[in-house]
Design a protein around this ligand. Sequence first.
Ligand SMILES: [Zn+2]
Length: 231
Amino acid sequence: MPIAERQSVAAACWSCAAPLATASAFCDACGKVQPFAENVDYFAAFDLPRKLHIDISALERSFYRLSRKLHPDVYARASAQEQQWSLDQTSLLNDAYRTLKNPVSRTEYLLKLEGVNIESERSENGAQKESRVPADLLEEVFELNMQLEEMRMNRKMGEDDPSLRTDLEKAKTHFDAELATCDAGLQALWTDWDTAVDANTAGVKEKMVTLLDRRRYIRNLVRDVNEALGI
Ligand SMILES: [Zn+2]
């Protein structure tokens, strides 16, 4: 069913026919749980605008308030249909909360809503997609990969090379800092997005995609270093 059609179907409460906001889990007039609609915008599910700086504690409060209202105990005596809807709404709510709470998945989700095709943090089959080395990190990454290889060999042979370990610890500190720089950059782009939602935001979206790619790459490096160090 096309989205517009589905929205018009969901525009009135099934029980009392009061008008509804599209993403409402409940009818304001009678309080009844509403049929679950697919493709509900997670921001709308929490009655939030499509902005990236969000008040996490307010999000948390809404989540717990809605979760309590949807709790199976509340529906113990309701119809099977309402019980099912409450379960469906709960699972939507959980997905929305998880996605919006995490800064990276929130940014990725917004970009997806905006029609930007981005590589997901979690690839479909669990395997990491090959991502390109950011040009300014080529040399460091090359050196790091050699050190990692050496570390793995040492481990296999049951040997320990303290200077290699020190090098890797230094690399870890360095890339942890790079990761923090990415996060700060991302927050600055959030502000650009949030303050220019109606203006030309194509450039901001593109910058976010680039930064997310860089962040993903560095995070994988840090993970590899941690593994090698046994952290
Ligand atoms: Zn109603």
